[in-house]
Structure formats: C-alpha cells, structure tokens
Design a protein around this ligand. Structure first.
Ligand SMILES: *Cc1c(COP(=O)(O)O)cnc(C)c1O
Length: 449
C-alpha cells in the first residue's frame, strides 16, 4: 500500500513519508495526515501478544514505512526501545500505563527515540538538518536526549523560562554539543507560534528546518504503538475493547490512539482529560472552538496549551476542516465525536486531590499529568456507572520524580528518583535567553547556522 501524506489545509501537494518528516509542517501551514490507514489483521493481533515492545513497534511502523527495509527498521526499533511501558493494575479492571520508563522519564521518549533514527535515515548524504522545537518541558528533554550526538542534525529547543520545572530544564540545558537550548521570556504558546513562523519563512529555506513537535507525523505514528501494547497485554480476546484515558495538551498522544483505532484497534472510547485549558472540552459541549490566550498555568505544565496544534488532525479525522489559526471551515461529524470521546477539564485543586486520594487508597503514586487522566476516568465512571465492567487504561505520562517539589507539597513524601534522573543536579547548565518574538528567533537562527 502506497501511503501519501496530505496537508490538513489542502493547499499543498501530498508527499511521501520522508518529505513529510523532513519538513514537519506542510508549506500551507497545515499538518500532514496519512491518506490511508493500513489495517492490522487478525493474524497481526494474534502475533502481537508474544512480541517485545521493539518488535511490536517494528510491526506497526512497517505498515507505513515501506521505504525502509524491514531488517533496518527492526534494528532501529531495537536500538530506540531499550524500555517499554509498564502496565500497573490499580483495581481489577483499571490499569495505569506508565509511559515514563524512557531516558527522560516522560512518554515523549517513545516518539523521540525512534524519530531521531527515522530522520537520520531520511536525510540525504551530505545534507544537514536542523530540528527546531518548542517545548513546555518534556518534548525538549526527550528530543535533546534522542538527538544528542546524532550526526548531521542540529537541534534548537525553545522553552518558556517560567513554565518548565528545574528538572525538565536541566535535561535540556546540560547536554551541549549539537543541542542548543534557548529560554524565551514568554509562554509555551509564544514559543510554538515563533517556531511555526520560522517554518513558514521562505528566507530560512536554506537551513533545512524541521520540527520535532507533535506537528511532525514522525511523532504520531510511534505513539500509536503503545495503544496496541496495552491491548495485546491486557485483553482476553482480540475483539475486546478498551477505554483509554489520555491526559492531553497538544493532542499528539491522543492522535496516536486515534490512528491506532483507524488501523483497527478495538477502542470503546477515549477519555480526553485536559487541565484548566479547556478549549477542547468546551468544543465538545457547545460545538464552538475558542483558543485560550494566554494559556492558563497549571501544575500539569506540559499540558498548558491554549490552542493544541493536533486538534486540526482530530477535526480532520472526523471529516471537518480547521485551519492553523483555529477557524473551522467545515464542521466535523460532532455527534459521532461526542459518542466516541468523553472530554473533561480538570483543575489544579482536583488534580492535587486525585494525587492524594489515589496514593491513600491504592498506594499508587501519580504525578499531575497522570492524575488529570485518572480523575477523568473516575468522573466518567460516575456518569456512566454501567460501564464499570469494562477494561480501562489510564496513562501516566511522566515519572513523579520529575516534579519532586509538587509531590512533596501534596503528599509530604519524596518520590524515588529513576536512574535516568540521577546526577542531573550536578551537571552544568548552558542556555541563552531571548525575547518572545519572531525577530529574536530569526536572528538567533541566522547567527548560528
Ligand atoms: C506532553 C505531555 C503531555 C501532553 O501530551 P500531548 O501529546 O501534548 O497531548 C502530557 N503529559 C506529559 C508528562 C507530557 O510531557
């Protein structure tokens, strides 16, 4: 099957996978979507039950990446995935999927680790690629670690100076080499807008810029794999459906699930759990989309997004059209969406209460992002008690040890530091700080490359 990637704005030509990942965003500022969804067969599902995570990743990705010889793809997955998601049973039919087991202890490692390898494979001999990325914390650290010392690729990471935790910042600013960390005096949304402007700037064409944000389709495809993993490990029968609860900011994680479902994964429902940035839950309730500007600062800081870039893909997947500014030019099938998604906004007070309750009740330690999802699941079950017999998987997207100050304040305990974070505090940081406007970013790029 020959899959092409079209732009959600439909004013740019469809391209192949490598072009899509090397440009990140389509020239018309739309995002790339696959024009077909390869189907996962019954045999594939049966086989999955016995696969290791890297083998499962190779199986799923091979359906899209005919350009890469299967042996090479398997090797890439093997070197990328030295870790796998941990499924933790909380009550008999409710599971937590801990996606915080990678080198930077956030779920973003699952995409970043394979993405750097795919990009390295895709660049032509003699060419250089510059990865430019805005981060609210975890993307930057995952990308920095995935691309560190990768030949012929330079990385520039923009982060909002006051919105990332100390640990998150240190994970980006202590590597050096081909990784350049830049603080901006503004918010994540400013950083994201600056980066998008750079991609659309014709004067920067020669720099070969691409994005490692979840606007890049190379981020999304790998994020469908762990949904299959949960299904393979937890269901009794291949047709059994799961209800997933996904803590959402830019909606890349959720879109991974939607792609998995389009490929045939049996999903009963997705619970979309946001923090106080509730533009998407509001869209589900009243059908109008209004960005939140500026975005609201919450303790689940990686989800402080007032205008999620991947929402255009979700709209697209349900037959609608939305441009990059958030204007809906064609309404999606809203009723169908309402049946399939349960969207809820969870404020900081409820997030903290959930961390507290879950720890007391189950001895399970959540951090703010995972707590938003868990609350979403509990709220859903209060509203739909009949569903109580089904199978639930709620995502924990970061290790609690990434937020020791917050956890200490709520529970008065010190989360255990995973190996990947040990020694971080002693490393020397290096970054520069710029104003939150495009001119500053333009100058920085011109000066450096
Ligand atoms: C990025 C991130 C999220 C949100 O994921 P999206 O794909 O942007 O919706 C949630 N939790 C953590 C810990 C993250 O780093």
């Amino acid at each position: 099957m020959d899959i092409k990637y079209y732009s959600t704005n439909q004013k740019a030509p469809a391209v192949d996978f490598f072009s899509a990942i090397l440009t990140g965003q389509a020239p018309d500022k739309g995002l790339y979507m696959p024009d077909k969804f390869p189907k996962i067969t019954k045999e594939d599902f049966a086989k999955m039950r016995d696969l290791e995570y890297f083998e499962l990743a190779a199986l799923i990705l091979s359906k899209y990446l005919k350009e890469i010889p299967p042996k090479d793809l398997l090797e890439m997955c093997k070197s990328a995935y030295t870790f796998y998601p941990r499924l933790e049973n909380v009550t008999e039919n409710k599971f937590l999927m801990r996606l915080d087991t990678g080198p930077t202890a956030s779920f973003k490692d699952f995409a970043a680790q394979i993405m750097s390898r795919l990009m390295q494979f895709a660049i032509k001999k003699g060419e250089k690629l510059r990865v430019l990325t805005a981060t609210s914390g975890d993307t930057g650290s995952a990308i920095a670690h995935a691309f560190h010392n990768i030949k012929n690729i330079d990385v520039v990471i923009l982060f909002p100076i006051n919105e990332v935790s100390n640990k998150q910042r240190k994970q980006m600013t202590t590597l050096g080499g081909n990784i350049k960390a830049v603080a901006i005096k503004g918010k994540f949304d400013d950083a994201q807008a600056m980066v998008k402007e750079a991609f659309a700037d014709k004067e920067l064409k020669g720099l070969n810029l691409t994005s490692a944000n979840s606007i890049n389709i190379a981020r999304l495809l790998p994020q469908s794999v762990y949904y299959f993993w949960a299904h393979a490990k937890l269901t009794k029968n291949i047709d059994d459906k799961i209800i997933f609860s996904v803590p959402s900011g830019n909606f890349g994680d959720l879109m991974g699930g939607v792609l998995a479902w389009k490929m045939g994964l049996p999903v009963e429902k997705f619970i979309i759990a946001t923090n106080a940035n509730n533009e998407v839950p509001r869209f589900f309730s009243n059908g109008t989309y209004e960005k939140i500007e500026p975005s609201i600062e919450c303790i689940s800081n990686a989800m402080n997004v007032g205008h999620p870039s991947n929402f255009v893909r979700l709209i697209d997947a349900f037959g609608g059209k939305m441009d990059e500014k958030g204007n809906i030019n064609k309404a999606p099938r809203l009723e169908e969406m309402r049946k399939f998604f349960y969207a809820i906004s969870v404020n900081d007070a409820l997030t903290k209460e959930t961390i507290n309750n879950v720890y007391k009740k189950y001895k399970v330690l959540l951090e703010p992002h995972g707590a938003v999802a868990w609350y979403g699941l509990e709220k859903y079950l209060k509203e739909y008690p009949d569903d109580n017999k089904k199978l639930y998987v709620s995502f924990e997207t970061a290790d609690p040890a990434k937020f020791p100050e917050k956890i200490h304040k709520i529970l008065n305990i010190e989360p255990e530091t995973p190996r990947s974070l040990v020694g971080l505090d002693k490393l020397k940081e290096k970054y520069e700080t710029i104003d939150a406007n495009y001119a500053s970013l333009y100058r920085l790029l011109k000066d450096n490359f």
